[in-house]
Structure formats: structure tokens, C-alpha cells
Design a protein around this ligand. Structure first.
Ligand SMILES: [Mg+2]
Length: 351
């Protein structure tokens, strides 16, 4: 589906490992004072000057987490950074550095890696983070990417998953379900393309949801907004696996229950129309879809007035005593138990 606009192929073995790293990282500049030494020595040196350091890492595997038949390499580079930054923001912290390691087979020419790094650089520029290290090695088959993100926060600002209290409000940023539906559209078009390669897909009506899948954004703005509004969440998590499994994480780690209101779940009109086309429930997609990279958090009811007018934030429920359990209040006003049906890497092994 993705047409090769760059037919030039330079073998990466011509450069050697260090030549390759130099070549791929030569346009990256250092933006943060906390980066004392970036790429170019045995290790990076960082100095967070009394702040707490946040560290998170993710491994993305071709064929498991991404499909290069519809994922352009530039988007993949961008997304591999975003998924990590999202976890830093979910700690209510500021992301400052990343390392990127890749394992590649010889089917990738230098030009393909340049595309991947162009996406990584774009994310570094937009999200204001420094690339400070990494590794490249060979892989027998697919492409693997590991990104580690580092960030900083004052100790008193860090938000964990375990601080929610009964009666706290449950709040989510943005809207949900788009990334999963974007993937469904791309998978469908891939199958059409395999049957008839001349059939070029018309994806105009799915622009938003495809972008949510191929070029997601992380909510750097939400910790900044909350600081401005003088709201410190009592617990927070990012939505990588679907709303229901993330709610369960917050409830279990905070030892509370919750009531989630189906009619409050924020949905983009394109999510609603595509759900109608696929004949699936938009609530199911929001609850179980995953990869939305929005932030889910709880706040004290005392802070409600500070957030209620903000278009980026939606109150979708409230926390209860643990003994009341975790429930979805449906549009028909029935109460059903929330179950984790989120996407996960081992789904294929489950019954
Ligand atoms: Mg997370």
C-alpha cells in the first residue's frame, strides 16, 4: 500500500555500526541543561539537580506491534517515541531525554533507517526531548525498536496509580477508540489490496482515526495544564490498553471501586460513524480498543470547578469504596461489571 518513493538503496554495511549511528544522529541537537553528555561517549551523562528522575521503556516488534505494509517508517519512528513519552506524562512529569535501540535485518537499506530517524527527530523536536544514546544491531528477520524515555519532576508533583480515593472524579483527556478503529480500517484495506493490488484505497473519510493509529500524539499538554489549573490528580495512568483495563489498574492499585458512565465516554464523530459502518459498539471500542495514549486520572471533587469548562477533559465517572466493585453504568441505566478485555501482546495465547 505504501509506495516506495525513494528507490535508492545504500547498504548499511558500507557505513559500519559507528558510521551508521553518526550518520543517523548527526542532525539531532541537545536542548536540555540536564543533558551533560549525549551521544559520542561510552554512556550519556545526565544531571537532574535534585529533581526525581522518571524512566520508562517499551519494545516494539515487527509483526506484533506494527505492520510495515501500512506503517510508514517515519510514522513508526515517531510513534515509538510517543508511546514512551506518554508514560512519562502519566507520572505528571516532564520528558527530557530518550535513547533509541534498533535491531534490523539487511533488507533495510540506509534510506529506510533515515526515514525511521526522521520520525524520531520530529518527535524529539515537537516534544522537546534530547536523543542521548542507543544501539544498533542486526536481526535475522524483523525490525525491533526499543525506546527508553527519561523525565524529571519535583517529588511532590509525581502522580502514581495508587492514590485514588472514594468519591474522587474519574477524568479522561481527549477522545477514545480512534486508534483501534484506524487499525481496523487499515487491516481491511490491506486485505482488499492483497486481493487486488490495483485497488487504491480511498481513506479520506477515515483521516482522523487513521492518524490516531499511525501518528498518535502524547498528552504533554495535560501535566502542564493541570499545573496551571492548580490541580494535582490523586492517581493517573495513560490509556495504552483500553479504558477498562486502565480503570482496573487504578482501582486495584488504589484499593477503590468505580462507577463509569457509558454516556460520558468522549467519542469523535468519526469513531461513531465508523462503528456504525463496522456494526460494532462504540463503547466496546473505547473500553477495549487501546493505543489512544490519552491520560486517565482521578481528582478530588473539590477540584471539579477548576477543570469542568476545559474542552480537553471529560469527567466519565467517580470512584467508590472497593467493596462496591467496578461498574459501567450503561445508557439504559443498568450496572455491569467492568472487565479487562484490553489489547495485549499475548492475546494470541489466550483462550
Ligand atoms: Mg502506561
Amino acid at each position: 500500500m505504501i509506495e516506495d518513493k525513494n528507490p535508492q538503496r545504500t547498504s548499511i554495511s558500507d557505513l559500519g555500526e559507528f558510521g551508521l549511528i553518526d550518520h543517523l544522529t548527526k542532525n539531532f541537537s541537545i536542548k536540555h541543561k540536564t543533558t551533560v553528555k549525549g551521544i559520542g561517549d561510552d554512556a550519556a551523562v545526565l544531571d537532574f539537580k535534585g529533581k526525581k528522575t522518571i524512566v520508562t521503556t517499551d519494545l516494539l516488534v515487527e509483526g506484533v506491534h506494527f505492520d510495515l505494509s501500512y506503517m510508514p517508517l517515519k510514522h513508526l519512528g515517531y510513534k515509538s517515541v510517543i508511546v514512551n513519552l506518554s508514560d512519562v506524562y502519566a507520572m505528571n512529569a516532564k520528558a527530557t531525554q530518550i535513547t533509541v535501540s534498533i535491531a534490523i535485518s539487511n533488507r533495510f537499506p540506509l534510506e529506510a533507517l533515515e526515514e525511521l530517524y526522521a520520525g524520531i527527530k520530529l518527535a524529539c523536536d515537537i516534544y522537546d526531548v534530547d536523543l542521548v544514546g542507543g544501539d544498533t544491531t542486526s536481526s535475522n528477520k524483523g525490525l525491533l525498536i526499543t525506546v527508553t524515555a527519561l523525565g524529571e519532576a519535583n517529588e511532590e508533583d509525581i502522580v502514581y496509580r495508587n492514590g485514588a480515593k472514594p468519591n474522587d472524579l474519574l477524568v479522561v483527556s481527549g477522545d477514545l477508540g480512534g486508534a483501534y478503529l484506524g487499525l481496523q480500517v487499515l487491516e481491511r484495506e490491506k486485505q482488499v489490496f492483497q486481493v487486488n493490488p490495483k485497488n487504491q484505497p480511498d481513506l479520506d473519510q477515515y483521516t482522523y482515526i487513521i492518524e490516531r493509529q499511525l501518528k498518535p500524539e502524547a498528552r504533554k499538554d495535560i501535566p502542564e495544564l493541570l499545573k496551571k489549573l492548580e490541580v494535582k490528580p490523586t492517581s493517573m495512568i495513560d490509556i495504552s490498553d483500553g479504558l477498562s483495563s486502565e480503570i482496573i489498574h487504578l482501582c486495584k492499585q488504589s484499593n477503590v471501586g468505580c462507577n463509569l458512565h457509558e454516556d460520558k465516554i468522549p467519542l469523535d464523530p468519526q469513531v461513531i460513524s465508523t462503528c456504525e459502518e463496522f456494526d460494532i459498539s462504540s463503547s466496546t471500542v473505547a473500553l477495549s480498543g487501546g493505543e489512544d495514549y490519552e491520560l486517565l486520572f482521578t481528582i478530588s471533587q473539590d477540584d471539579y470547578a477548576k477543570i469542568k469548562a476545559n474542552p480537553s477533559l471529560t469527567v466519565i465517572g467517580h470512584m467508590t469504596d472497593a467493596k462496591e466493585g467496578m461498574h459501567l453504568i450503561t445508557r439504559a441505566n443498568t450496572k455491569i461489571a467492568i472487565q479487562a478485555r484490553g489489547w495485549n501482546s499475548f492475546k494470541g495465547n489466550q483462550a
